[in-house]
Design a protein around this ligand. Structure first.
Ligand code: RB5
Length: 151
């Protein structure tokens, strides 16, 4: 089974959140810009209560056209928005709470979306997760056939 890994580091980082995720998404975007990454924000902000599946779908649609980019999704827990994103076959969204999971989701799973919970982790942990996610490469080898089986 052949597997073509994601382009990494990504050409651009696409961000999306619901209202509950905005307080973490904003500092993560600011950090990414300071690091020199191209970023795009698909919404939302914190001014209105919105539905997280809509933002998961937006990022999935974006990444279906721009396969060289990666995504960051944030909701209150990270759970709902990662479930929504993973309903799309070309998305592997990893809900991470620490640097270890953020690094391993790249090395083992070739995740193309990092999902985080703004009500669960602090800003510094979120930045550390994003830095680990962007800095880790897919390991290939035995992991390739497993990721290929994910469809
Ligand atoms: C919104 O209140 C909250 O339910 C949502 O952000 C998320 O945590 C769902 O998984």
């Amino acid at each position: 089974m052949t597997y073509t890994p994601n382009v990494w580091p990504p050409k651009k980082i696409i961000f999306a959140s619901d209202h509950a995720g905005f307080s973490l998404k904003k500092p993560l975007m600011d950090w990414a810009v300071r690091q020199g990454y191209a970023v795009e924000d698909l919404g939302a902000d914190e001014s209105n209560s919105v539905d997280y599946p809509d933002y998961a779908d937006l990022i999935a649609e974006y990444l279906s056209k721009d396969k060289d980019s990666a995504g960051v999704l944030v909701c209150g827990t990270g759970i709902g928005i990662s479930i929504g994103a993973n309903r799309h076959a070309h998305i592997r969204a990893a809900l991470c709470h620490d640097v270890t999971t953020a690094k391993l989701c790249r090395e083992h799973n070739d995740a193309n979306v990092l999902a985080l919970g703004a009500r669960i982790i602090g800003v510094q942990t979120g930045v550390d997760c994003l830095e680990a996610f962007l800095g880790a490469s897919f390991g290939g080898g035995r992991h390739s056939k497993r990721v290929a089986k994910l469809g």
